[in-house]
Design a protein around this ligand. Structure first.
Ligand code: IMP
Ligand code: MG
Length: 190
C-alpha cells in the first residue's frame, strides 16, 4: 500500500469512467476553509453553536471547518436521500437520518458540501425550524448560483462556481471520488 497523504495534486482523474480535471487545489481550499472558520469564531463569540453536518458529502468540509473554529461548539449530523448514481438532481428529498441533538433555543449552523438546486438546503431549513432553534445559519463549501431553483439563506460560502459537475473533497460521483483532497470538475471534452 502506498501513502496517500504524501500524494501530489493530480491534474486530472478518471472516476467511474469519466475524466475530471483539477478545479480547486487543496491549498486553495484550506485557505478558504480557514477564513470561514475564523469568521464563524468571530460571529459566534460568547455563544456555543451546534454544527449540523449533512451526510455524506459534508463530512470532510465539516471536519476541516471545525478545526478552524476557536470557540466552544458541538456537532451532529443529518442525512438526506441522495442523487443515486445520477449527476442530475432528482429534486426529491427525504430524511434518512434524523439529528440526535436537542436544538430548541440553540444556535444552529447547517454545514453542506454544495448548494446546487437548493432543494436539499430548503428542506433541511424547514425541518430544523420545526425544532425552534434560536438561530439557523448555513455554511456551504460550494454554491452554483446558476443551478438554484429555490431561495436559500447562505451565510458562509466557500466558493461560487459555475454550473458544472464537481467531485472530490467529500463530493462524489456515484459514491466514488469523495477521498480526493482536491476538487475536480467534469471535463466536457473527455
Ligand atoms: P441540491 O438539493 O440540488 O442543492 O443538491 C444538494 C446535494 O446534491 C449536495 O449535497 C450534493 O450531495 C449533491 N450535489 C450537487 N451538485 C453536485 C456536484 O456537482 N457534485 C457532487 N454532488 C453534487
Ligand atoms: Mg450532500
Amino acid at each position: 500500500m502506498t501513502s496517500r497523504t504524501a500524494e501530489e495534486s493530480r491534474p486530472s482523474v478518471v472516476i467511474n469512467g469519466e475524466r475530471f480535471r483539477i478545479f480547486l487545489d487543496r491549498q486553495t481550499i484550506e485557505r478558504r476553509v480557514r477564513d470561514l472558520g475564523e469568521a464563524i469564531s468571530r460571529d459566534y463569540e460568547g455563544r456555543r453553536p451546534i454544527f449540523i453536518g449533512v451526510l455524506n458529502g459534508a463530512f470532510i468540509f465539516l471536519a476541516d471547518l471545525m478545526r478552524h473554529v476557536s470557540i466552544d461548539c458541538e456537532v451532529d449530523f443529518i442525512k438526506l436521500s441522495s442523487y443515486g448514481a445520477e449527476r442530475i438532481s432528482s429534486g426529491r428529498v427525504t430524511e434518512l437520518k434524523r439529528i440526535d441533538a436537542h436544538i430548541e433555543g440553540r444556535d444552529v449552523i447547517v454545514v453542506e458540501d454544495i448548494v446546487d438546486s437548493g432543494l436539499s438546503m430548503a428542506f433541511i431549513m424547514e425541518l430544523l425550524e420545526t425544532h425552534h432553534p434560536a438561530s439557523i445559519a448555513t455554511a456551504v463549501m460550494l454554491h452554483k448560483p446558476d443551478a438554484l431553483k429555490t431561495e436559500v439563506k447562505l451565510d458562509y460560502v466557500g466558493f461560487h462556481i459555475e454550473n458544472r459537475f464537481v467531485l472530490g473533497y467529500g463530493l462524489d460521483y456515484a459514491q466514488n471520488g469523495r477521498h480526493l483532497a482536491d476538487l475536480y470538475i467534469l471535463d466536457e471534452d473527455g
